[in-house]
Design a protein around this ligand. Structure first.
Ligand code: ADP
Ligand code: ZN
Ligand code: ZN
Length: 737
């Protein structure tokens, strides 16, 4: 007896194999089963997608046999397969690429014995759940947010957006919402997504502490910083339902979590939720879609899990102080997004009522919910009226010195690492450009190198100008490294309360290259061993620093007049986040300040920032976006092409667009392709890059158009004149344009 199966394998992204392949099996295998199949001369991991009644048109002799089955693993669920199918279609990639990328790489190398060993039963639960008395008392706003979240009527449980100021206690709301779900259904699983786990080791500790009582390995992490073995372990724990809570980065949205009942997306506006290679998915958007799927599809498949014992009333204490915490139905999966500066897409969805909005405008202070913290006062420094070429304006410098003398911490951020952006010759105008990219190499003083931040090309600093021989070449502009040095000079005479000299530390991609370096540096800030912290946006996000009373953005103007329509949104959110690092301890919050140095102090963005008024900023932006038909009022995709010359890269894009027009692709009447242009950084590592923007007021029309366009793009690629094209790719809902 033979069975015929459609199996998806990780076909190279641009190979002709986009769909599943047919195999034969002696065993009946259900869809979602993991198998090993011959592929070319190799044996690869595959996922059974569908069972077929017969071999169809294919001559049976040409069909190969499944080589093996990964026994002991439950098949991947129907909702997971639907999610993968949707992701592949929506982001214009192959099914196999998305499906296999979502599985841990080590799964491919495992023998059945190894797999069996890893699937050992979990250790029994030991300790008890924290009692209500052991938890913080929720603030009125936290209680209210949870009550509203629970009050959504059944069948209409919209995604919720928790719009909460920095320091308003959003994390505690996530913890309670998760606890509620986990308690009410002893099989339920929760996914909590965060932008970058390395930046928030504190958060993981908090979740482990809160849910530690569920037993060992009940809380697992899933992110790219794990070793392959750790990643496999976490994935298996989630897939086998041993893990009750998965804490992960964007990749976790595609993990197999069969009993998923709640997805939390912390800092939902963060750009790192968008994957920047392969299938360029937005993990936030997929979370919304996934929750919908899990809600409608999970019911028929829950058989092996649904008959667990009911939760014991006596042991459930977490969350029991919540008003009307409703029993979560087994087949409902909700989404809770959270941010102090939501993406305009999510914000607009709360305006139209597609999402539920939960507000927490007040900060929590150190003494708990009863003691309200304040957001820092925002001060704009008009750099037009400061000494020429000054980097830190005198009043800001004085304010920092005052903090040092009082034993408080300051955080100074600048979005450019390195010493200075460029090295220049004042005689002949030579600048340290990168020979392989259309960008300048950055001067790193610490090892006296010129380093390209795009291709990595690194050279020793030349002794003289390579162009005219002048030995007087000097740094122009400023990066974090030079700022750190400069601040050390400016603050040299200032002493701390204990009489010691000021201690300055820098955190950026350079200072944290070594494993563990970031954790160590963050710990020294938390332990009060640093007075002034200099860094890039790495330090502006998420950290719960308790003793910072001054935050300063040294030079944020660049983004005000960017060609990218999202630049203002990103800047506003970054500055709000940065401001959120100041005065997190209510004892200091009264006197905490956020300084912004700018030559445009009257800009409405800074005005909204001064009032900590995200809704006002959003309103201004949304008006402009609506007029221009930009997201969230319009939809777009970017097609990028890379070649040895701009001519070929642009020519390919334009030719493919022309073909689309000539053939009147579905949706074309509602879709506008713009002419190809060079990318902002036009050349990287000697490869020329071009892009073409495609816009539509209709998401569906754009989707239909792109799907029909793919084969034409492949066809165009095969034409002789575009032979030197290196690659092309589609980015749907691009974040940066
Ligand atoms: P957000 O994520 O909104 O910026 P956090 O969740 O980091 O805020 O909370 C800020 C601080 O307030 C944290 O140190 C947290 O432990 C504390 N906190 C949160 N809720 C309460 C509460 N109800 N009572 C006392 N402290 C709280
Ligand atoms: Zn010169
Ligand atoms: Zn370069």
């Amino acid at each position: 007896m033979s069975y015929w199966l459609e199996v998806v394998v990780a076909a190279p992204a641009h190979s002709a194999i986009a769909g599943p392949l047919t195999y034969r099996s002696a065993l009946a295998l259900s869809p979602g089963s993991l198998v090993r199949v011959p592929f070319g001369r190799r044996e690869v991991l595959g996922v059974v997608w569908k069972t077929l009644p017969d071999a169809g048109d294919m001559p049976p002799a040409s069909i190969r046999d499944v080589a093996g089955v990964l026994g002991g693993l439950a098949p991947l669920s129907a909702s997971w397969r639907k999610l993968v199918t949707f992701t592949a279609q929506y982001y214009q990639r192959s099914l196999g690429e998305v499906a296999l990328a979502a599985l841990p790489p080590q799964l491919r190398e495992l023998t059945p014995e190894q797999l069996a060993r890893r699937l050992k039963r979990p250790v029994a639960d030991t300790s008890h759940a924290p009692s209500a008395a052991e938890l913080v008392t929720l603030s009125a706003q936290q209680l209210n947010a949870l009550a509203e979240f629970n009050a959504e009527s059944e069948g209409q449980q919209r995604p919720a957006l928790l719009f909460g100021a920095t320091g308003s206690g959003k994390t505690e709301v996530y913890l309670r919402a998760a606890a509620q779900v986990l308690e009410q259904d002893p099989q339920a699983q929760v996914l909590v997504m965060v932008p970058e786990i390395n930046l928030t080791p504190q958060l993981q500790a908090r979740f482990e502490e809160r849910f530690g009582h569920l037993g060992k390995e009940r809380v697992v992490a899933l992110h790219s910083g794990l070793t392959p073995a750790q990643r496999l372990k976490s994935w298996l724990a989630a897939h086998s339902c041993q893990a009750r809570l998965v804490l992960g980065t964007r990749m976790a949205v595609l993990a197999s979590i069969p009993n998923l009942r709640l997805i939390v997306v912390d800092e939902e506006h963060d750009p790192s939720y968008k994957q920047q290679e392969g299938a360029r998915y937005s993990a936030r958007d997929l979370a919304i879609y996934r929750a919908k799927l899990e809600t409608t599809l999970s019911a028929p498949e829950k058989a092996p899990f649904s008959s667990g014992p009911p939760p014991e009333e006596s042991s459930s204490s977490v969350g029991s102080d919540l008003p009307e915490a409703k029993r979560v139905e087994a087949n409902i999966c909700r989404v809770l997004l959270g941010s102090a500066t939501p993406s305009l897409e999510s914000w607009q969805a709360t305006i139209t009522g597609r999402y539920q909005r939960l507000d927490m405008s007040e900060r929590i202070g150190s003494a708990g919910a009863a003691f309200q913290g304040k957001l820092p006062t925002v001060r704009r420094v008009d750099m037009n009226h400061q000494p020429k070429r000054c980097v830190i304006a005198p009043p800001l410098l004085a304010a920092i010195a005052e903090r040092v003398a009082r034993g408080e911490q300051s955080l100074i951020f600048l979005n450019r690492r390195g010493y200075a952006p460029v090295l220049a010759c004042h005689d002949c105008d030579w600048k340290s450009d990168c020979p392989h990219c259309s960008a300048y190499r950055v001067f790193h003083k610490i090892d006296r190198t010129l380093r390209c931040h795009h291709c990595g090309f690194t050279e020793r600093v030349p002794h003289a100008c390579p162009n005219c021989g002048n030995i007087d070449i000097a740094p122009v502009g400023r990066g974090t490294e030079r700022l750190e040095e400069h601040l050390a000079e400016l603050l040299a005479g200032v002493t701390r309360p204990d009489g010691g000299p000021v201690r300055i530390s820098r955190i950026d991609a350079d200072s944290t290259r070594l494993k563990g370096a970031l954790e160590a540096q963050l710990a020294s800030v938390h332990d009060g061993e640093v007075d002034v912290l200099v860094g890039t946006q790495m330090i502006a996000k998420g950290h719960d620093f308790r003793h910072i009373t001054l935050v300063a953005a040294v030079n944020p103007d660049g983004a005000l007049f960017s060609s990218d329509f999202r630049a203002a949104e990103r800047l506003f959110s970054l500055l709000m986040q940065a401001a959120g690092r100041a005065g997190r301890d209510a004892r200091y919050s009264e006197a905490s300040e956020m300084w912004v140095q700018t030559v445009h102090p009257e800009h409405p963005l800074f005005d909204a920032l001064k009032r900590h008024d995200y809704p006002d900023f959003a309103e201004q932006e949304l008006i402009e976006r609506e007029m221009a038909g930009l997201s969230p009022f319009g939809f777009s995709a970017l097609i990028r092409a890379e070649a040895k010359t701009q001519e070929v890269a642009q020519g390919f894009l334009n030719a493919a667009a022309l073909a689309a027009q000539t053939q009147q692709l579905p949706g074309h009447e509602l879709v506008t392709p713009y002419p190809a242009v060079p990318m902002t950084i036009q050349r990287v590592a000697n490869i020329e890059r071009a892009q073409m923007l495609v816009e539509s007021a209709s998401r569906i029309a754009l989707q239909r158009f792109l799907a029909a366009w793919q084969p034409l793009l492949f066809e165009t690629r095969r034409q002789a004149e575009f032979k030197s094209l290196v690659r092309w790719a589609i980015d749907v809902d691009p974040l940066a344009i």
